[in-house]
Design a protein around this ligand. Structure first.
Ligand SMILES: Nc1ncnc2c1ncn2[C@@H]1O[C@H](COP(=O)(O)OP(=O)(O)OP(=O)(O)O)[C@@H](O)[C@H]1O
Length: 274
């Protein structure tokens, strides 16, 4: 079957007056329709660049990205993006923030659009907050608004760039399960960047492990855990086998042995298995 998204020998170099930085090198991977793919890698390795290339915001220096067989040649409208911070308009209420992309695109919104936005807010658990202002919401609630807004135009692909990293640990975990529920109700093709290895394994069908800059995909790991994954999944041996396997890419063996109880969930800055 034809892949929904395919990266073929993609490389990218940023050029500035002072220097050129090669960020991506020979990146190859495929994503199936409705697959949930998590991307982990050291800070600054080029994960966001990868997703900017997919969304057509930048053209890769080498290679090609295809969505359902068609080369990406400019900004795509069928992609919804959720960033680390939801950047809501502070003077608009929750419903109007969700409707903003539509208003911006067509200049007006219909009653049907309003109903659709309301149903998305229900889906993300904000049915009672449609008239609230952003400053009346917690960080997790604001990010839920960001997710509803990204889903408004019913995109085929949802790009999520560290969407939960600004949240506290408990809210972050809760939002992960919420995202899984939303995705299972109405599957989308998701590319999800995270620095949390357990978040990646908990949510994804496939984890792409990226190396240091110039970055390439070191391994694609299929996550064969039944859904829905729950809090109990985190205790399963198969789950920890996956997280250990991924962690080994970023920590030397001695570090693996001495960090049994330390905060070892986040991808280490620029280390890789020797
Ligand atoms: N517009 C740009 N011009 C020049 N260099 C850039 C530009 N955008 C990113 N870079 C550089 O490219 C590299 C990769 O950046 P990118 O944001 O893709 O990495 P990342 O893996 O998403 O990082 P992080 O995990 O820290 O968010 C970094 O060294 C960054 O400084």
């Amino acid at each position: 079957m034809q892949p929904f998204v395919s990266f073929s020998q993609v490389g990218h170099t940023y050029h500035s007056e002072k220097q050129s930085v090669k960020v991506l090198d020979n990146v190859n991977f495929d994503v199936s329709k409705h697959e949930f793919v998590a991307i982990v890698g050291p800070s600054g390795c080029g994960k966001s660049t990868l997703l900017r290339v997919l969304s057509g915001l930048i053209e890769p220096s080498e290679g090609q990205v295809r969505v359902f067989g068609h080369p990406v040649s400019g900004p795509r409208e069928d992609i919804g993006i959720v960033f680390q911070k939801p950047t809501l308009l502070p003077w608009k209420n929750v419903l109007d923030n969700v409707l903003f992309p539509l208003k911006h695109k067509f200049g007006h919104v219909s009653d049907k659009d309003r109903k659709h936005a309301q149903s998305l807010l229900e889906k993300v658990g904000l049915a009672d907050f449609t008239t609230s202002m952003p400053n009346e919401l917690s960080g997790g609630m604001q990010q839920r608004v960001g997710i509803a807004r990204a889903l408004l135009l019913n995109p085929d692909i949802l790009i999520m760039d560290e969407p939960f990293s600004a949240l506290d640990a408990l809210t972050r975990e809760e939002m992960g399960f919420e995202l899984q529920r939303i995705w299972m109700e109405k599957p989308k093709t998701v590319l999800f960047i995270t620095h949390s290895i357990s978040e990646a394994v908990l949510l994804a069908d496939k984890v792409l492990v990226m190396g240091p800059r110039p970055s390439t995909v070191l391994e694609e790991i299929q996550i064969n855990l039944p859904r829905p994954r729950t809090i109990n999944t985190l205790q399963e041996k198969t789950f920890s086998d996956y997280t250990t396997k991924i962690r080994e890419y970023f920590y030397r063996p001695a570090v693996m042995e001495t960090t049994a109880s330390a905060d070892k969930d986040n991808v280490a800055p620029l280390r890789r298995r020797a």
